[in-house]
Design a protein around this ligand. Structure first.
Ligand SMILES: [Zn+2]
Length: 255
């Protein structure tokens, strides 16, 4: 199994314990996602320490305030590290207002450019205010205009209305614990529709703990619960889903 999106540095417990639990659950590859300069350094260091862990470096839209050329240059420099296999997470978040839309757009545009330059996949965060779709719509428009053929991962995929549009573009949809929640019927239907060569699963730990572990802080080992639900809605065995996402992770992240 893989966890295509986690934040080990935010999880509860020691890194070694979290990774031992993940290994015991069959999780063999983890993409550890940086959010800003300090945590980008953390994820690169963790990837150097552990064979199962790889890094993505970027600036989260919620932390985009003050993003400047120096910040972009720091991400570009780290993106050349051997254990760094993606850029992000980046995108737009119109749900929280910790960073202005202008700052988010600046950081997003810069990271689209960096990913294309270094030839790494882009990890996209999209979050809209309830009942709206301005962020996801703008993300699609920006990527259509600027990302070219660069690989794109829609992390914590939560836009069932755009699942066909993502498939048309060849983008990856990565499902997190929210796909297991009782009210997420539309999202489960979307998980059934993603082409087999474009689906991924993730924890987004320590957030979005899947059923039936809700109430605990999330960790990479728990991706198996999300994978079970995704396998069930796709009408395949856990083992088949596991082989599918492992192959997708391998071809996308080169690990
Ligand atoms: Zn995240």
């Amino acid at each position: 199994m893989i966890d295509s999106h986690t934040h080990l540095f935010l999880c509860e417990g020691e890194e070694d314990e979290l990774l031992a639990a993940a290994a015991a659950a069959g999780v063999e590859r983890i993409l550890n996602i940086g959010l800003d300069e300090a945590t980008n350094a953390d994820v690169v260091a963790a990837a150097e320490r552990h064979a199962a862990v790889f890094a993505s470096v970027g600036r989260h839209p919620n932390d985009a305030e003050g993003f400047d050329e120096e910040a972009a240059a720091a991400i570009a420099a780290l993106a050349g590290h051997e254990q760094v296999r993606a850029v992000g997470e980046t995108g737009l978040d119109f749900y929280r207002d910790t960073a202005s839309p202008a700052a988010q757009r600046r950081a997003f545009a810069a990271q689209v450019e960096i990913a294309a330059e270094v030839g790494l996949p882009l990890v996209i965060h999209a979050r809209d205010a309830d009942g709206e779709s301005a962020a996801i719509d703008e993300i699609f428009a920006t990527l259509d205009a600027r990302a070219g053929s660069n690989p794109v991962v829609l992390h914590c995929f939560s836009a069932p209305q755009r699942v066909a549009d993502a498939a048309e573009r060849g983008w990856y949809c990565s499902f997190a614990g929210n796909v297991t929640y009782p009210r997420s019927e539309a999202l489960r239907e979307a998980a059934a529709q993603v082409p087999a060569d474009r689906i991924l699963v993730e924890t987004d730990a320590p957030f979005l703990t899947p059923q039936p572990l809700r109430g605990q802080r999330n960790q990479p080992a728990y991706v198996v619960e999300t994978a079970r639900v995704v396998a069930a809605v796709r009408g395949v065995s856990y083992e088949e889903l596991e082989a599918t996402v492992a192959a997708n992770g391998r071809s996308l992240f080169g690990w």
